[in-house]
Design a protein around this ligand. Structure first.
Ligand code: NAD
Length: 559
């Protein structure tokens, strides 16, 4: 059997997808063709322009070497060539059937640090969706024939190939997300832990047992084609959390990134074509209509969605028509409970950062901070002191703590919450009462000192750098207030009395509770929400089952 390294190297080609040219998975495709000129058909069409992006791509690229793994027993293995096939980080395409595809129309997202367009991306249309679904179904049949271990090995191979592009991907992510470079690098490198984790998971099921009148065997099989619909706040990490379990389980996947942050995902999937057979991992950029087409499509078998609650609700309704499997990872309004025994100087800055990291644009950011009344004033003061030192600025500035809001839509939403707090006369302990327009979508973090429980800043998910702090007196009362929401994504509890922390954690209605830390989800543990924060969970040893059918064989033979 061919080893992974002796498989033909797939090079993506650039073309528009053709309905008749469904490539056979596992076969080498022709070498890259020049990017075709866009069609001239519609007035809305724009020329494919060179965006203001990475510059390091004109470096000479060594030729790829094919390693003949079959002869390795005769001689010591030659050192693995470090190859980095050229990936143009200045041009963006959908990936359909292993090919880089343009589309009739294009769109551009903006650099949040300066509001400048980042360059054209093809806007997938219904035809592209049809093509991708066809390729995905053909490819999946072959992909599912590989063994579990073979698929895991290919994921590890992808991790290695992808690691060649970490610098370029980090620069690109910083441009489209606006977070400081070191934070973007961490997200780009999260591929490693997601790939490695899923590459060591055992195939679930398989242990039969005797049930008296029969033998019972539970087995897990792939669902078919998965569509991963992703948000803009952490586009890569949320995508990896769907990609690896989906493909290890034997599915093919079509990824739809957010139109606010499509670039890094498009490049990641392009790089994936060096390793995965055509059609196994595809990507379609576009707006909500592309997502809706994927959800409605009868030949897609599962939707894994991360995003807002209103969109999750629409997806759940639409998926009912074709009885699709659905995993929904949605928004939250996470409570943070600070016990009276904390070391204020140590904990207050950490609590502030748990609210303001990524400008509050993390699904599990602390969004309501409850501080025990006995320490309320000094704890708040320590948070204020820390917060006033936070430096907001562009990703390439060394000493910056947080970047801008990622897009204009979110900027306007957060601005409106600031306005609401100002209009209602709530006390700004720190931060601007009015959000000024500037060259980017920058907002300095604000703490609202003890607003009413029914204020918008307490009851809504801001997804921005503004957070309410409120005092609490009694444990029962604070747990009731923390749980007084329709959402239940995450929560944090801070205190020296660990038994008390754990007791509170058990009573909080949230999918993940973090004790003495800001929220730090890991692929090693399931991630999911209670109540309206989601349906099902992903990640962790059980998460892969969300990408599989459960089949039971009842065997009465010889009884
Ligand atoms: P969103 O719901 O607006 O969009 C998410 C994705 O869904 C985008 O790709 C969008 O184009 C697509 N989409 C929109 N309408 C659709 C439809 N009708 N059918 C199919 N697809 C559709 O969310 P967002 O603003 O991108 O993300 C922010 C939200 O995501 C916040 O509420 C945040 O809490 C949540 N979030 C949750 C998690 C989690 O793990 N639970 C992680 C990150 C973000």
């Amino acid at each position: 059997m061919a080893t992974l390294s002796s498989r033909p190297v797939h090079k993506p080609t650039t073309a528009t997808a053709s309905p008749k040219s469904v490539p056979k998975p596992n076969k080498a495709t022709p070498s890259p063709k020049p990017v075709p000129k866009p069609h001239m058909a519609t007035p809305s069409q724009k020329p494919v322009s060179r965006p203001m992006m990475a510059t390091s791509l004109q470096k000479p690229v060594p030729k790829r070497k094919i390693d003949c793994g079959a002869l390795t027993h005769l001689a010591p293995p030659p050192p693995k060539p470090v190859t980095k096939p050229k990936v143009d980080f200045g041009s963006f395409s959908n990936v359909i059937g292993g090919k880089l595809c343009k589309s009739r129309n294009t769109f551009s997202a903006k650099n949040p640090a300066n509001k400048q367009p980042l360059g054209d991306v093809p806007a997938a249309n219904r035809h592209d969706v049809e093509q991708a679904v066809r390729y995905a179904n053909v490819a999946q049949k072959e992909w599912a024939k590989k063994t579990w271990q073979e698929r895991q090995q290919i994921c590890l191979r992808f991790k290695d190939v992808y690691s060649n592009y970490v610098d370029d991907l980090t620069d690109l992510l910083a441009l489209e997300i606006g977070r400081p470079k070191h934070s973007c690098r961490r997200e780009v490198e999260s591929c490693g832990v997601h790939a490695s984790f899923h590459a060591q998971l055992p195939l679930p099921g398989g242990d039969g047992f005797d049930a008296g009148d029969r033998g019972i065997m539970v087995r897990y099989t792939p669902l078919g084609v998965v569509a991963a619909i992703c948000p803009w706040n952490s586009p890569l990490v949320l995508c990896f959390g769907k990609l690896f379990p989906a493909v290890v389980a034997g599915n093919s996947i079509i990824i739809k990134p957010s139109p606010y942050a499509p670039y890094t995902t498009l490049k990641m999937v392009e790089i994936a074509q060096q390793v995965f057979p055509p059609g196994v991992v595809q990507v379609l950029a576009g707006d909500a209509s592309v997502g809706a087409s994927l959800v409605e499509h009868p030949n897609i078998h599962k939707i894994s969605f991360t995003g807002s609650i209103p969109t999750g609700r629409r997806i759940l309704q639409a998926a009912a028509a074709t009885m699709k499997r659905v995993t929904l990872e949605l928004g939250g309004n996470d409570a943070c409970i600070v016990l009276p025994d904390v070391d204020i100087d140590d904990v207050a800055p950490k609590v502030a950062m748990s609210a303001f990291l990524s400008s509050g644009q993390i699904c599990v950011s602390s969004k309501r901070i409850y501080i025990h009344q006995s320490i309320y004033k000094p704890f708040l003061k320590a948070m204020i002191d820390f917060t006033s030192q936070i430096k907001v600025g562009p990703p390439d500035q060394e000493d910056v703590t947080i970047g801008p809001i990622q897009n204009s839509m979110q900027f306007e939403k957060v601005k409106e919450l600031f306005e609401d707090c100002r209009r209602k006369g709530y006390k700004f302990a720190v931060g601007p009462k009015t959000v000024e327009e500037s060259m980017g979508y920058y907002i300095h973090p604000a703490i609202i000192d003890n607003p009413p429980d029914d204020s918008r800043i307490v009851t809504e998910e801001p997804f921005g750098p503004i957070v309410p702090c409120q005092p609490w007196r009694d444990e029962k009362e604070v747990i009731a207030r923390a749980n007084n929401t329709k959402t239940g994504l995450g929560a944090t509890v801070w205190g020296k009395d660990l038994k008390r922390c754990e007791k509170i954690a058990h009573e909080i209605e949230a999918g993940s509770v973090f004790i003495n830390s800001a929220a730090k989800p890991t692929p090693l543990a399931p991630l999911g929400g209670m109540k309206e924060s989601g349906i099902g969970s992903e990640w962790g040893p059980s998460g892969i089952k969300a990408y599989m059918n459960e089949q039971v064989i009842h065997n009465f033979s010889g009884r």
